[in-house]
Design a binder for this molecule. Sequence first.
Ligand SMILES: [Zn+2]
Length: 283
Amino acid sequence: MTYTPAGQGFLAESEALQTAANSHMPKQVSALDSIKSLLTGRQVPGEGFGKVSGSQTASSGHQTNVQDGAQRLRDAMKRLSDWIGGVNDSDDAYRQNDQQRAQQTDDIAQPVRVAQNAGPTSQNGYPVDPPRSSRTVPGTGVRLNVANGDAGDVLVHVADEFNRRVENIDQNAPTGEADDWGYAHRNVRGSSTTISNHASGTAIDLNAGSHPRGVPVANTFTPAQIDEIHNIVNETGGVVRWGGDYQHAPVDGMHFEIVGTPDQVAAYAQQLRNAQQHQQPAQ
Ligand SMILES: [Zn+2]
């Protein structure tokens, strides 16, 4: 004889509940197993029971017992289901809270990160597109757009020394165009990945028209001028490099760039300020 076990629907539901319970409350799983055993033990339908017992009253009574038991089980499962739902909701709330906290941590950390490293840096490690200003090289009409602060101070000093000791930078190119440059947002020439130090306002080109990149410096400077340029960069203690000294890239006689660390550059800038104070007449 074929019959539908009275508890089949509940068994299916209890499977789903058990799956949920497994991930949220392992200790409840054994309790749920007990419920299933109980249900399985009662799956003989009232009609079958009546036939076995031969009593309509017994059959009806058993049917009522099964129905009552099923109802209690349904209520219990509803509570269990609600409870698991509540656990899920709590999990979501915790997850959301965690995400919010992580976001807040990021927000707090952001200014620190910006201060330490504002995104892309140029070849020498200085931040690209820094705060910068057009600065006039003393005694000339030349203005150089360089990074604010120590790096810019040092570069303007180098331009000043170059102008007084090596070559007048007011002369401009043979074409009459201004040919002294500072900041420019671009990559190193010939590279698609390395950002030029001009992009961080930490490089300058002086008399570019007279000293093109790739042309041997001996062709455009006298030996005495080259010696004097070396004196100037040596005075910086190595925080400035001359493109004319490049060993592994095309020589760049017009080009000077910061290669010292910010601390080293700050120390040299301070040294320059101190020297300047000494030069000022006593009040
Ligand atoms: Zn350059």
